[in-house]
Ligand binder design. Structure first.
Ligand code: ZN
Length: 317
């Protein structure tokens, strides 16, 4: 039985998007507190994330997108030093502060390092407790609280740098991972399986018919048991047939019943069940290798309890 990595970094607390924003540093604090209170912390191998190399970011993003974010960040820092505003808005939901650039690089860096560690066999699987999240970040656009697509970058890294032939991305966030879809649609080395509330943010769901996407839109108020049935029916046969060598998880916990950001009815046991199904799949095909990255989850208590349930399965405790 291998070790479970837990990748995070103090910089993830410094990025914030203004008072009252739901994608806040307190999300990570709630998770950390839960791990300490439950003693689960002791079962995890803690690692500090290094920043991603720009060459790796550009496996998933256009050079102009990366340069634009860096430029905005530099201008903001100069303006701040001159007594100007502390944030620059990119869209009504998404803004940067002076630390966003560093945090976004490290967030992708965590996913990459976790990928390297599980491929090297140093860890069996890993959870990246990162901010900013990534799955709405498109190849050429930041949106929906996301700047760089951590999971898509790590998946491209796994196939381009390590030569893996088949990797899966599983996304159980309540929102459709439109950014991941934008980046991986049509790449036959990557199979993306997701369910998401529909119709809902962003743009009403999937816009691609690429054969490497398994999209399962579900209506508001769908309960966990129904989602499990859909996963069994729609995801698992495709994932089994694909035989992924590594499984990435876009682990958003905003489909939780107590999370007001969405209207789905999952609870901790559902996240444990999904994780178990993916772990069994990874054991059969991927030498147990799973890299899971935090996406959404905005009710702090439900988020912390759900991450605990997810990690208990990953770490076998
Ligand atoms: Zn979400």
């Amino acid at each position: 039985m291998g070790a479970t990595g837990y990748f995070t970094h103090p910089d993830f607390w410094k990025h914030e998007m203004g008072p009252g924003h739901p994608e806040c540093p307190e999300r990570l604090s709630a998770i950390e507190d839960r791990l300490l209170i439950t003693g689960l912390d002791l079962a995890l191998t803690r690692r500090e994330a290094a920043p991603a190399a720009l060459a790796d970011i550009e496996l998933a993003h256009g050079r102009m997108h990366v340069a634009a974010l860096r430029g905005l960040s530099d201008v903001l820092r100069e303006d701040m030093a001159a007594g100007g505003p502390t944030h620059t808005a990119l869209d009504p939901d998404t803004s940067i502060n002076a630390w966003t650039w560093d945090a976004a690089l490290r967030s992708a860096g965590a996913a990459i390092e976790a990928t390297d560690a599980v491929i090297a066999g140093e860890l069996e699987n890993a959870f990246c407790a990162v901010r900013p999240p990534g799955h709405h970040a498109c190849r050429d656009k930041a949106m929906g609280f996301c700047f760089f697509n951590n999971v898509a970058i790590a998946a491209k890294h796994a196939v381009e740098r390590h030569g893996l032939q088949r990797v899966a991305i599983v996304d159980f966030d309540v929102h459709h991972g439109n950014g991941t879809e934008d980046i991986v649609a049509g790449d036959e080395r990557i199979l993306m399986a997701s369910f998401y509330q529909h119709p809902f943010y962003p743009e009403g769901g999937s816009i691609s018919n690429a054969p490497n996407l398994v999209n399962v839109p579900v209506p508001a108020y769908t309960k966990g048991m129904d989602v499990r049935e859909l996963i069994e029916l729609m995801w698992m046969p495709r994932l089994e047939a694909f035989k992924p060598e590594l499984i990435f998880i876009s682990a958003g916990f905003d489909a939780h019943r107590e999370d007001d950001m969405g209207q789905l009815g999952l609870v901790e046991q559902d996240y444990a069940w999904i994780t178990r199904r993916l772990k069994d799949l990874a054991d059969r095909h991927a030498q147990g290798r799973i890299v899971s990255c935090l996406e959404g989850g905005y009710n702090l208590s439900a988020l912390a309890r759900s991450v605990e349930a997810h990690l208990r399965v990953l770490a076998d405790v």
